[in-house]
Design a protein around this ligand. Structure first.
Ligand SMILES: [Zn+2]
Length: 249
């Protein structure tokens, strides 16, 4: 009797442990949390000061308008910190045809979007080429979004060799700006989606950034200066174009 009882206890114990384990299911929340922590570390590696990073429910926002989704794919390897770009570029194959889909919420600014695209596509000796697509296959979605007062829009850095997936425009907020300023906002966010950072990083408080080779220093006329919602440069500056040529020859 004794000899039969003990194996039964052990069997029950094994079953209980196994059943308990499977009942817990996949630990998705922990994985999401871990990835968000990786994203947070990536932002720090890029040199953005903690004071310039705000955490939201599903993303971190750096310097007011650069979105890092918490579920983004974090580039592997040590990050190179650069003045004008993240070190994570759009691949040569993808940059020649960046497919932009205009969400229905943004079609009222089609003219501004076309103007912004024309600026990037006109840079000589640079392979950046944006096209508007209407189908279900696209690389970047531009969409209206209420980002609160003081924020014109937000962009997303590239990852995995693809342009950042989203551009959000605070349409109601910029509606009162001039056409040139509305187009500037779109052109500026498009710059983030191909890896451009804020040219005026130093005055914003970043300390670890270095230059795109041959294109360093400050540039008051850069369209990629940050914190100039509604008042910044409306055309890509000579240095903006030089940086684009170096990054995407
Ligand atoms: Zn910006």
């Amino acid at each position: 009797m004794k000899n039969m009882f003990f194996p039964l206890v052990i069997l029950l114990a094994i079953c209980f442990t196994a059943c308990k384990k499977s009942a817990e299911g996949p630990d998705a929340p922990q994985t999401e949390y871990d990835n968000a922590q990786k994203v947070r570390a990536y932002i720090r590696d890029l040199g953005f000061p903690d004071s310039e990073v705000v955490e939201k429910e599903n993303e971190f926002i750096a310097e007011g308008d650069i979105s890092f989704p918490k579920n983004m794919e974090v580039p592997s390897g040590k990050v190179k910190t650069e003045q004008f770009y993240t070190g994570s570029l759009v691949s040569a194959a993808n940059v020649v045809n960046i497919r932009l889909k205009v969400d229905a919420s943004m079609t009222s600014m089609n003219s501004e979007i076309s103007s912004a695209i024309a600026q990037w596509n006109a840079i000589s000796g640079c392979s950046i080429n944006w096209t508007i697509v209407t189908g279900s296959s696209y690389d970047v979605l531009i969409v209206d979004s209420n980002l609160g007062s003081g924020v014109c829009g937000s962009g997303t850095f590239p990852s995995g060799g693809r342009a950042g997936s989203t551009i959000r425009i605070n349409k109601a907020y910029i509606a009162g700006n001039s056409f040139a300023q509305r187009a500037r906002t779109i052109c500026h966010e498009m710059g983030h989606n191909v890896s451009f950072r804020h040219t005026n990083w130093s005055s914003i408080g970043e300390s670890s950034a270095t230059s795109v080779p041959g294109v360093g220093g400050t540039d008051a006329s850069s369209l990629m200066n940050g914190g100039q919602c509604g008042s910044g440069a409306t055309v890509l500056s000579t240095k903006d174009k030089q940086a684009a040529q170096v990054l995407y020859p």
